[in-house]
Structures are given as C-alpha cells and as structure tokens.
Design a protein. Structure first.
Ligand SMILES: *[C@@H]1O[C@H](CO)[C@@H](O)[C@H](O)[C@H]1NC(C)=O
Ligand SMILES: *[C@@H]1O[C@H](CO)[C@@H](O)[C@H](O)[C@H]1NC(C)=O
Ligand SMILES: *[C@@H]1O[C@H](CO)[C@@H](O)[C@H](O)[C@H]1NC(C)=O
Ligand SMILES: *[C@@H]1O[C@H](CO)[C@@H](O)[C@H](O)[C@H]1NC(C)=O
Ligand SMILES: *[C@@H]1O[C@H](CO)[C@@H](O)[C@H](O)[C@H]1NC(C)=O
Length: 328
C-alpha cells in the first residue's frame, strides 16, 4: 500500500523537528558539561594546601586523577605544578603544625603548589601513631626509605624517590614541572615564587639563591640549601645517573651543585637573590632588609623572627571580621 503524500510530508517534518530537538538538547548538555568542567577546574586549581582539604568533597575531587586530566585545558595547561618539599624530622610535630599554618593560609594563583614534609624512616612507637594521624588528617607527608641524616644522602633519596612515587598520575606528565627542596626555617611567599617561575623554562632549570652570598653568578657554584628548585627532567636524571649515586656525602646543597656541575646539567639557571635572603639580623653578607619583593626569608631561627617577618608582610590583613572574635 502506498503511503499518502500528506502523511509522508508530516513524517519528514516531524523527523526534522526531532533532529533539531536532539541537536538543541545536545548543545545545552555540552554547554552545561563545559561549565561543569570549568567549575571543576577552578575548584581543583585551589586545592593544594592542607587548608583546602578540610572538606571531604575536595579530598574526593583531589584524589580523582581522571577529573584532573579531563579538566586540563588551555589555561590549566599553563598552570604550573610545583612539589614543595620541606625536609623535616619525624619528631618535629610543632614545626610542621606551624608551617601548615604558614603555607595553608597562602593560595597562590596560576599554580598548584603541593606542600609535602619529607622525612626518613620512623624510629619510635609514638611516631607510628602521631605521624600516621597527621597523614590521615593532612596527607602531606613523604616517608623515604632512609635513616635520618642531613648530609649523608637524604636529599639524594628525596629526589631519586620521586619519579617512582609519582609514576601513577594517569597521563599527566610531568607530575610536577618543578620540585623544591626547602628548609624548615625558611618562609616562602608562594605567590611571588609562582610569579617568578612563570617566565622560566620548564626544562633543565636550577633555581635558587647563589652561593657564595656575594656572588650573583648562577653558573659559578651552587644554590643555597635554604630552598632550591629544579625541573622534573633533572629529578629524573638524578634517579638514573651514576653521578649523584656515587657522591652522596657532604653538605647537601654543595653536593647537589657538584652533581649538576659534573653532570653538565641545568643550562637554565635562575638566581633569585635578593628576593631570597637571610633574615636581616645579625647582618652578614647573606642578609637583606625585609622588602616587598621577597620570595623567601631564611634563618628564621626563633619565634620573634618569624613574627617580625609575618607582620612585615601583613599576612593577617585579610582576616574576616566576625562577632566571634576581636583582635586589637
Ligand atoms: C567522606 O568521603 C568518604 C569517601 O571518600 C565517604 O565514604 C564518607 O561517607 C564521606 N564522609 C562525609 C561526612 O561526607
Ligand atoms: C578548551 O580550550 C579550547 C581552546 O582554547 C577552547 O576552545 C575550549 O572552549 C576549552 N574547553 C573547556 C572545557 O574549557
Ligand atoms: C626503612 O623502613 C622500611 C620498611 O620498614 C625497611 O624495609 C627499610 O629497610 C628501612 N630502611 C632503612 C634505611 O632503615
Ligand atoms: C613507571 O611505570 C612504567 C609503567 O608501569 C614503568 O615502565 C617505568 O619503569 C616506571 N618508572 C619508574 C621511574 O618507576
Ligand atoms: C603592609 O601594610 C602597610 C599598611 O597598610 C603598608 O604600608 C605596607 O606597604 C604593607 N607591606 C607590604 C610588604 O605589603
């Protein structure tokens, strides 16, 4: 039986309409999905410091690498990923608590800065409980396979362990563009650090405060142990090369400089002096007055020096007003 003409037309019209409808629906969904992605990306961009891990939902997001890689797009491709490792001892609970305050209240824009405290094997029963609790609460601890030491290879173990520790990042490579080794008596202003990194190469980079203090020549010697930063390719080189492996002992920052020199690495170097410096007192060749263009202040050996530094940089200016408290 032949289909009557009018019915055929109606069929075509309704099919067309249906196709249009599907198309509109698809566009709307895509739009939503897009904004969802953007939102997710923004949310992720802010998740870096322990303070952001207060909420269960953020933790869930954070630990889902699929969302991270999906959400990576134009602007977040530019986002710098920094592993900020502070070398510490298992028993230094108070110091870690303090540094979490210092870094957890900074939210640098344009980078994801992951703070980690780096220690060797635990040796006491109380540490097994207390450090485990810290990990449960903050998840910001790396325990290396070593015995605590300062100048007998902890730095080597730190860098050379990272490629394997972060080998599982579902397509995001490198897991970090840069890795920092910082002292626990240095105060870093993360936004200034990030801003200083933005124009720099992401390969073959060695960044820090040039030693000796009077020198401004980054290719002369090495960077001070107060805090130096290297690109991920150098981290991988440290893992693979025999040069670091065969020269472990000695002042850790100088030893590190020897590896770089003997391995002919780091054609890119950045001397952050005098944005990085030692606390002004007592004055030496390595000190500088506190000043606005600061990335790091080192040798904050007591509370008074910390307080003076934090006050100078107005770190509590953004405290939100509330009926619940008054701070003169
Ligand atoms: C927190 O997250 C875990 C899994 O990530 C879930 O099992 C738990 O119910 C969550 N707790 C709250 C209070 O949402
Ligand atoms: C991803 O980047 C491209 C190119 O810049 C842009 O057109 C697109 O809208 C972006 N997508 C998302 C989900 O942000
Ligand atoms: C560190 O601890 C691990 C696990 O308990 C152990 O296998 C390793 O031998 C220890 N390393 C050192 C250097 O003590
Ligand atoms: C990382 O994982 C891949 C695949 O599982 C493996 O081939 C590679 O050797 C690993 N690299 C390191 C440094 O562990
Ligand atoms: C801290 O705040 C004071 C008063 O507002 C201001 O004069 C000073 O420049 C600020 N210091 C820095 C380092 O931003």
């Amino acid at each position: 039986m032949k289909t009557p003409r009018p019915d055929g037309l109606r069929f075509i019209a309704s099919s067309l309409f249906f196709i249009c409808f599907l198309y509109v629906l698809a566009s709307i969904t895509e739009l939503r999905f897009d904004s969802l992605l953007k939102f997710g990306r923004r949310a992720l961009a802010n998740i870096n410091m322990p303070s952001a891990q207060l909420y269960n939902s953020s933790n869930t997001l954070h630990s889902s690498p699929n969302i991270t890689s999906l959400a990576l797009n134009s602007s977040s491709n530019d986002e710098i990923r920094v592993l900020f490792g502070i070398l510490t001892l298992p028993g230094q609970y108070q110091r870690r608590h303090f540094l979490r305050l210092i870094y957890g209240t900074q939210t640098p824009v344009g980078a994801k800065v992951d703070l980690k405290f780096v220690m060797c094997n635990l040796t006491k029963e109380d540490q097994e409980v207390l450090v485990a609790l810290e990990i449960m609460r903050y998840d910001d601890i790396i325990i290396l396979d070593c015995e605590e030491n300062m100048n007998k290879g902890k730095t080597y173990t730190y860098f050379s362990s990272l490629p394997e520790m972060f080998n599982n990042t579902n397509g995001v490579y490198p897991p970090y563009h840069y890795v920092m080794k910082a002292d626990d008596d240095a105060y870093f202003r993360l936004q200034n650090l990030v801003d200083s990194l933005k124009p720099l190469p992401r390969e073959d980079l060695y960044y820090g405060y040039v030693i000796p203090c009077s020198s401004m020549e980054p290719f002369g010697h090495y960077m001070s142990g107060m805090g130096y930063l290297i690109s991920w390719d150098i981290v991988e080189w440290i893992r693979k090369s025999d040069i670091p492996k065969n020269h472990i002992e000695g002042p850790e920052d100088k030893t590190f400089g020897d590896w770089i020199k003997n391995g002919h690495r780091a054609k890119n170097r950045f001397n952050a002096k005098w944005s990085m410096y030692n606390f002004p007192e007592p004055p030496t060749k390595c000190t500088h007055e506190l000043w606005p263009h600061t990335i790091a202040v080192h040798l904050l050996k007591n509370q008074e020096k910390w307080i003076r530094t934090l006050k100078y940089f107005n770190v509590t200016d953004n405290l939100k007003p509330s009926k619940l408290y008054h701070i003169p």
